[in-house]
Design a protein around this ligand. Structure first.
Ligand code: SF4
Ligand code: SF4
Length: 438
């Protein structure tokens, strides 16, 4: 198969060797689970429980609010001890259901198994929505929305994202090795829901064992598996589409505009659980790693578990911790505290030492142009960020700020360590807010 090379991109050290060979371990239940009602793009769920209620594993504790929304579920059985704002990984206090586990881990009744072959396309999508499935590569966009394209936009190609191009993270890699058949089952369910003729799985070649395992499992079903060159951000949706089918998503458009839908491998595994077993999304695989983590691991963690609990299970921190990131180092979100819960989008927790962070102080722009050269969206990061910093948002928008995929290549390449992505992200937020008011 002929691959197309997307423009821009960088080659950061992947540092995956710390955890890539570590089998997934089950993180024990903590003493308290904090289930945020906002774990997805779209309207937050609305709580349907109250303090004092007993809840069961998989029970809905927050109902979806609108089409672009999903319900949230109890990750174990126990007592609801509070419904209140708690510190969220977004950095602010947001409504959450707090559960004290009872140790029984008892499933809620009514979570029925089903044969996907006997379900209609709309029944499959309904089960995916009820299970609260969202994009687990970190985007957290509700999956049922992606699986409901308008009639005039038929989907002919389903792309499965097994790239995991963020440095350090190895959760998808381990999942492809340890739950290969479940991922393939989920892929086939999604293919049926979309009626897509062609399915291609993309995996970077720095995971050769995953390429082999997935190729063997996919072959009997006519699903192609393609090893991709290692180049960040190979796993970004638009760049992956360029690489695998040679087509560009138009500016401001969606993959469905060109007949493509992209799903992450972790999402496919969750879809198999949801559709075949009736199990909602109450846990995920996350990598806990970084030079300040004692024993980097890949964990199966219940949603709502604090990052502090996850790090403790990975042997705790070592030395002075200079920075905590939820997600990968390129696109993840810096955290002020470990007392925030893992959500459906938590692909990893990274702890970096003071020494590593101290070498990253900001200086003046030296007009080297590196940020422009590596930008896969072919925009001008330095100019857009300069406008954003002085609140000239129309000018930032005119230079294509909304086409920024927030990959972080510009900031990574900048010798002056200017926080370009934060400024552009700020501009995007301001532009969207202005559009909503118009
Ligand atoms: S401007 Fe946006 S898309 Fe371009 S390199 Fe920076 S973060 Fe990536
Ligand atoms: S990479 Fe940094 S220093 Fe170079 S032009 Fe861009 S913002 Fe300026």
């Amino acid at each position: 198969m002929k691959l197309t090379v997307f423009s821009g991109g960088v080659h950061p050290s992947d540092n995956k060797e710390w955890s890539a060979h570590k089998p997934i371990e089950v993180c024990p239940l903590p003493e308290e689970l904090v289930i945020p009602l906002s774990q997805h793009i779209g309207a937050p769920a609305k709580s349907c429980v109250a303090p004092g209620d007993r809840v069961l594993r998989g029970q809905v504790v927050g109902e979806a609010h609108g089409f672009v929304s999903v319900p949230v579920h109890a990750s174990t059985s126990g007592e609801v001890v509070a419904v209140e704002p708690r510190l969220h990984p977004f950095g602010s206090f947001l409504p959450a259901v707090v559960i004290r586990p009872d140790g029984e881990d008892a499933w809620a009744p009514g979570l029925s198994a089903a044969d996907p072959d006997a379900l209609s396309r709309s029944e499959i999508v309904d089960r995916i929505r009820s299970a609260g499935i969202v994009g687990m590569g970190g985007a957290t966009f509700p999956t049922h929305v992606k699986l409901s394209p308008p009639e005039e936009k038929p989907i002919n190609t389903l792309i499965i994202n097994g790239v995991e191009c963020e440095p350090y993270l190895t959760a998808d890699h381990r999942l492809m090795l340890e739950e290969t058949d479940k991922i393939v089952d989920g892929i086939r369910i999604v293919q049926k829901a979309l009626g897509a003729e062609r399915v291609i799985v993309g995996i970077e070649v720095n995971k050769p064992d995953a390429v082999v395992a997935m190729a063997e499992a996919c072959r009997p079903h006519g699903i192609e598996v393609v090893g991709l060159p290692v180049m960040y951000p190979q796993g970004a949706e638009k760049q992956l589409i360029v690489s695998l089918v040679g087509k560009e998503v138009p500016s401001g458009g969606l993959p469905m505009d060109i007949g493509v839908v992209v799903q992450n491998v972790g999402t496919c595994a969750a879809i198999s659980d949801a559709v075949r077993l009736g199990r909602p999304l109450i846990e995920r695989i996350a990598t806990v790693t970084g030079d300040a983590v004692a024993e980097p691991k890949n964990l199966r963690v219940r949603i709502g578990t604090s990052l502090a609990h996850m790090v403790a299970f990975a042997g705790g921190s070592k030395g002075e911790v200079g920075k905590v990131i939820m997600g990968g180092p390129m696109m993840g979100a810096a955290q002020l505290s470990l007392d925030v819960p893992a959500t459906r989008g938590t692909s990893g927790v990274l702890l970096f030492s003071e020494r590593l962070v101290a070498s990253q102080q900001e200086g003046p722009c030296i007009r080297c142009g590196r940020c422009v050269h590596v930008c896969p969206s072919r925009i001008l990061p330095t100019s857009i960020s300069s406008y954003a910093r002085i609140d000239l948002m129309d000018e930032a928008e005119g230079l294509g700020a909304m086409d920024c995929i927030e990959c972080g290549c510009c900031a990574y390449s900048c010798p002056a360590r200017i926080p370009l992505v934060q400024a552009i992200r700020y501009a995007k937020g301001a532009i969207l807010a202005k559009r909503r008011k118009l």
